[in-house]
Ligand binder design. Structure first.
Ligand SMILES: *Cc1c(COP(=O)(O)O)cnc(C)c1O
Length: 226
């Protein structure tokens, strides 16, 4: 019941914004995802390819599965046949593998480019100038089984709300600048994935179109039982 009311509460908050809700179900058991599904939620986010595949097979086919975690090239094949959107594309090598697996599955796979906006060294992603040069160069238009829908970013893990806001704002600025450029045919700047349980309110104010929320829906994750 608490999952259902958490979802209802979040949807009410998002109602007048541009943001859609992704329920981040990583480590959560099937029953809990089913509870969110029964509350009307259809978009779920996972960060491990095999876990996503298992859940995809066990749950209703109208769920949209979004990959939000760092994806290793050798795992792309597990999700290529069904994944709705890969948020976490952080290298050209990964793009090429997604393209290859998309071709095998006879699909065009939708992707976001993950941009490094945080102060922390550890966060994955392209630097803003790398995104600009990728989108100005010939590489992307050759990847016929890829469609780029926009950008994704993660803010620094901090209580400093001004820093978080600045980081989201810098991503939105890059997004808006790219939108004005001539982009490759298979690229559009439509989706901006930013905001998690701790910082989604700021992300919404800064123009997010996808918030990725786990803890605020399902409670704390228990990594030991999964
Ligand atoms: C786990 C995760 C989330 C959700 O985090 P919460 O703090 O539980 O809302 C969002 N985005 C990514 C990339 C994640 O790995």
């Amino acid at each position: 019941m608490v999952i259902k009311s958490n979802i209802k509460g979040l949807l009410a908050e998002l109602q007048y914004s541009t943001a859609k809700l992704i329920a981040v179900s990583k480590t959560q058991p099937i029953e809990k995802i089913k509870e969110a599904y029964d509350a009307g939620q259809r978009i779920f986010g996972e960060n491990k390819a095999q876990e996503m595949m298992t859940k995809h097979l066990a749950l209703p086919p109208d769920i949209e599965w979004h990959m939000i975690g760092h994806l290793q090239t050798n795992k792309v094949k597990f999700i290529a046949p069904f994944v709705t959107l890969i948020h976490s594309v952080d290298s050209v090598k990964l793009l090429e593998e997604i393209n290859k697996q998309g071709k095998k599955a006879n699909r065009i796979i939708s992707c976001l480019l993950q941009v490094h906006i945080a102060k922390e060294e550890t966060k994955f992603g392209f630097d803003p100038d790398e995104v600009i040069s990728l989108l100005s160069g010939p590489t992307l238009s050759q990847l016929k089984n890829i469609q780029i829908h926009g950008l994704m970013g993660m803010a620094t893990f901090t209580k400093d709300e001004e820093l978080i806001r600045q980081e989201f704002r810098s991503l939105k600025k890059l997004f808006d600048e790219l939108k004005k450029r001539g982009l490759p045919k298979n690229t559009m700047m439509k989706e901006l994935s930013m905001g998690m349980s701790a910082d989604y309110k700021i992300a919404i104010q800064e123009g997010s179109t996808f918030v990725r929320i786990g803890t605020a829906i399902f409670g704390e994750r228990n990594y030991t039982t999964t």
